[in-house]
Design a protein around this ligand. Structure first.
Ligand SMILES: [Zn+2]
Length: 508
């Protein structure tokens, strides 16, 4: 008798969902306003989630014993898809991905700017084994395959034989469920490639329904030439493009967003499948030396040009300088003034002191203008992406999505809330060719964000880049609650998403 009861108990346990207390297989979200991801106006509806999917949307009531969440005053949106995220290492060191889920990110895509893990399958498997809180997908990097083929001898155009080898590697990666090819043509390895090489590789990605995602060759004075090359690649390879972090980053091109947009609009009218993403900050964050592209750090002429390009020494703020910590928080212009020397001399002094102390000076370069960012954000083909990720040292890593909702929607009225949500959900899903994420629709995956539109805001700064935002109340990944009222729940239901957004199992 006792034995029989025991057996019944075991059978019942087996029938229950794994974590039945926190995650009953079915629950209802009541009284939320829905931003469904399409850009349509907010509407009131209740939503039932069952077995990881959105089961029902409408005027429905919870069943007896069915859990419900009262979301009065909150907006319910699809989970945010971050198409440009640098969490390759972060997913391994911090699979809970707190800075990401705290923003409402439910899927992040890595392998941007030409750099990806290699080989890709072992990396994917390692992340899967750690069970991340977020879904993830990956691009194959152009620089990554270029280095596989050319090794250290990459400072030249590739030969036809080398290009053929790179094509094979892209094809191999495509068969491993990567989402497309990424490039970073401003960086060391990618910068030596020519247009033909990129077309040849993009053609392979196109054969697998992949896209071409690119950090173009120049985001400064030659931004327009670089944009034209990107469009040429899209047309010759017949591939959809994702223009990474669209910006005009020097004084020479600042304020010309309308001209830039015109070129893109013309290409779109010709049928080029062109989308872009933009991070919501007017400054980049890097080391002092990146300011001087010709690497003549102590040449007064080069330094003067470099400072002028970002709008002067008052646009460059030190955030870290180990030899003299009192410099932090001051612009180069301020420091020069206190030292009674020129801006150029101050820059050179910083380089010398930094080099002598064998330490890097970290700066914020404020070189984008708000009017350009605004115009870019207002284009229906521009989406939100962070260019950040777990452990980012730029505030975009923990602040991007709440910042757009709090600053660009609520404070500045650049966008309506439904427009902004579309840029975080269905637009990136469309770019990736995914039909059942990034949208609130019956049958779609239940990646969901509940946030307070009155309070949502970023709080990360250049000196405190990991400070979490507020106003993101609950986040669900594949129907499971991962973020609740300011804290992670410790649930980690993230899946590896392959082509067409298909969840790929962990193959041992
Ligand atoms: Zn980039």
């Amino acid at each position: 008798m006792r034995r029989a009861t025991f057996l019944v108990g075991i059978v019942l346990l087996a029938l229950l969902p794994l974590d039945s207390q926190q995650n009953p297989s079915s629950f209802v979200i009541l009284n939320a306003q829905l931003a469904d991801g399409t850009g349509l106006a907010l509407r009131n509806a209740n939503v039932r989630v069952s077995d990881g999917r959105i089961a029902q949307i409408g005027d429905l009531r919870p069943g007896r014993d069915e859990r419900s969440i009262d979301a009065h005053g909150l907006v319910l949106a699809p989970g945010f898809i971050d198409i440009h995220n640098h969490s390759e290492a972060g997913l391994l060191s911090d699979p809970l991905a707190e800075t990401q889920i705290a923003q409402g990110i439910t899927t992040l895509i890595v392998g941007a700017d030409g750099d990806s893990p290699w080989p890709i399958p072992p990396w994917v498997r390692s992340v899967q084994q750690l069970h991340p809180a977020v879904n993830f997908g990956v691009f194959v990097g152009h620089a990554t395959v270029r280095e596989q083929v050319m090794h250290k001898d990459f400072k030249r155009a590739a030969t036809p034989a080398e290009i053929a080898q790179m094509q094979q590697l892209v094809d191999q990666a495509a068969n491993q469920q990567i989402l497309g090819l990424s490039s970073g043509l401003e960086y060391e390895v990618g910068s030596y490639s020519n247009t033909d090489e990129l077309v040849a590789l993009a053609k392979v990605a196109a054969l697998h329904d992949g896209i071409y995602m690119t950090h173009i060759r120049d985001e400064a004075d030659k931004s327009f030439e670089a944009l034209n090359e990107e469009i040429t690649i899209a047309e010759r390879a017949h591939i959809g493009v994702e223009h990474s972090h669209i910006k005009l980053g020097t004084v020479g091109v600042q304020g010309r967003a309308a001209d830039y947009i015109k070129i893109i609009e013309d290409a779109r009218k010709r049928g080029v499948d062109f989308l872009a993403d933009c991070y919501p900050y007017d400054a980049w964050h890097s080391n002092l030396k990146v300011l001087v592209p010709d690497k003549q750090y102590e040449n007064p002429k080069s330094v003067a040009k470099a400072l002028a390009d970002v709008g002067g020494a008052s646009h460059v703020t030190l955030t870290q300088f180990k030899p003299n910590t009192s410099y932090a928080g001051h612009t180069i212009a301020d420091l020069a003034k206190s030292a009674h020397i020129s801006d150029v001399d101050m820059f050179i002094r910083l380089v010398q002191e930094g080099d002598a102390a064998n330490t890097e000076a970290i700066i914020i370069g404020q070189s984008m203008v708000e009017s350009d960012i605004k115009l870019f954000y207002q284009q229906p083909w521009v989406m939100v992406a962070s260019d950040g990720g777990i452990d980012s040292d730029h505030p975009r890593g923990a602040g991007t999505f709440p910042r757009v909702l709090g600053v660009y929607v609520r404070e500045k009225h650049w966008l309506t809330l439904p427009q902004a949500i579309r840029k975080m959900t269905s637009l990136p899903a469309q770019r990736l060719g995914w039909k059942d994420r990034g949208i609130l629709r019956e049958g779609a995956w239940a990646d969901l964000v509940l946030f307070n539109p009155e309070t949502v805001i970023d709080r990360s700064t250049y000196t405190s880049p990991a400070t979490l935002p507020i106003g993101i109340e609950k986040v669900f990944v594949n129907g499971l609650l991962v973020w609740d009222n300011g804290k992670p729940t410790s649930a980690r239901p993230g899946l590896f998403l392959g082509q067409h957004g298909k969840p790929m199992p962990l193959n041992d």
